[in-house]
Design a protein around this ligand. Structure first.
Ligand SMILES: *Cc1c(COP(=O)(O)O)cnc(C)c1O
Length: 390
């Protein structure tokens, strides 16, 4: 068989460069302790930041809704797939994040592709942070507008680009919390620049929603930014909320235009109604069990203090994402393997997910962890780093 796309060679190169990716096999529910590849481990790599993915109330809500509504939604939202659970979830999400309306998407990736390509035309400019999530960059490519990437969270660099717009329309797009670094974008400054230059700002709050702000209302609540200041808000439901899907929130006109024109919204099957029901329950648990957000932030402080006491250098991050940058992919893999020997699961993140020579351990904390889980992680990290230096 011929191989015009050189697949075999591509795979070989990835192996040689320590960039080959393998999937682990999960054999238990997502939680602080999981069974992976036949081994019981402490889990520090899930995005289930509040421990809701396996919450009894969320499970029961899914089961009850499935008993009532079945499993498949059967159609797209515009045909006959838009159930009362989807609708109620949209209304409660909009109220929770303090925006006029919200619209559910099947995944965050699709929401980002859809919103950017709905708003932006060929003659427009999309200004994106260099470290934005892949789906935001791909959304700009799909829009056929001109994509420009500004230096990471560099407000002066963004200003230069806004000054050079020359009357063109622009959409500025940023992650709120950067997914591989955990740092928070300078949203108030970015929003102010956008308003001065008549550009719209879109914020992807995948890692801020449920984590930042009052009761986990997200990064815009944390920064006190309203719909006029940030017209396009997007967040996902598969991370802190522990279920699946995503939503976009904004003005009535924005949501209505998405319903009319957004192809990744229109031409896809709605998520199962039971998943929407589970997400509703998860949203209620988040508000009723407010200790979850508080505990997560206490763990973040404990981890950073403990790392400092052990001489482990961490970049500035006050979110659930705590990276430990090691540089070479090989070293990141080796550290991750050593931790696994201690039954601690931390993923090694390598290029092209992160820039060259910044391979890292991406440690994620969850309200499901205990203080002693963290002490165990810190001690194992300390030992692994020492043995790596030898
Ligand atoms: C996870 C993530 C997405 C994609 O969301 P899914 O619902 O998993 O498709 C988008 N943006 C950011 C910043 C993310 O971390």
């Amino acid at each position: 068989m011929s191989d015009p796309f050189q697949l075999a060679q591509r795979l070989r190169e990835k192996q040689q460069q320590h960039l080959y990716r393998r999937r682990r096999l999960l054999e238990s529910a997502q939680s602080a302790r999981v069974r992976v590849d036949g081994r019981d481990v402490l889990n520090f790599c899930s995005n289930d930041y509040l421990g809701l993915a396996n919450h009894p109330r969320v499970i029961a809500a899914l089961q009850n809704a499935a008993a009532e509504m079945g499993v498949g939604s059967g159609a797209s939202h515009l045909v006959i797939g838009h159930s009362r659970f989807h609708h109620q979830l949209e209304e409660e999400l909009a109220a929770f994040v303090g925006r006029p309306r919200a619209l559910l998407f099947s995944t965050g990736f699709m929401a980002n592709l859809g919103v950017i390509s709905m708003l932006v035309d060929r003659s427009d400019i999309v200004l994106e942070d260099k470290l934005n999530h892949a789906s935001l960059l791909d959304g700009a490519l799909l829009s056929r507008g001109q994509l420009q990437r500004y230096q990471h969270n560099d407000v002066a660099n963004l200003l230069d680009r806004l000054n050079a717009l020359d009357g063109k329309r622009a959409l500025v797009v940023t992650d709120s919390v950067f997914s591989m670094d955990g740092d928070i974008a300078s949203l108030p400054a970015i929003a102010a620049l956008c308003n001065q230059h008549n550009a719209w700002l879109m914020v992807d709050d995948a890692h801020g929603f449920g984590v930042l702000g009052k009761n986990g209302r997200g990064a815009l609540d944390h920064c006190n930014l309203n719909t006029a200041q940030v017209p396009v808000y997007m967040a996902t439901l598969g991370k802190a909320l522990g279920t699946y899907g995503a939503f976009v929130a904004g003005s009535d006109d924005l949501i209505e235009c998405l319903i009319q024109e957004c192809r990744p919204y229109i031409y896809t099957t709605a998520i199962p109604p039971a998943v929407a029901a589970a997400t509703l329950e998860s949203l209620h648990v988040l508000q009723e069990e407010s200790w979850r957000v508080d505990h997560l932030h206490a763990l973040i402080r404990q981890f950073r203090t403990g790392a400092m006491q052990r001489g482990i250098a961490l970049p500035e991050s006050h979110t659930a994402i705590q990276p430990l940058i090691v540089g070479a992919s090989e070293n990141a893999l080796q550290l991750s393997e050593q931790l696994l020997q201690q039954n601690i699961l931390v993923s090694a993140i390598r290029p092209p997910t992160v820039p060259l020579n910044t391979a890292r351990l991406r440690i994620t904390l969850s309200a499901a962890h205990t203080e002693s889980d963290l002490e165990q992680l810190l001690d194992a990290l300390h030992a692994a780093l020492l043995s790596c230096k030898e």
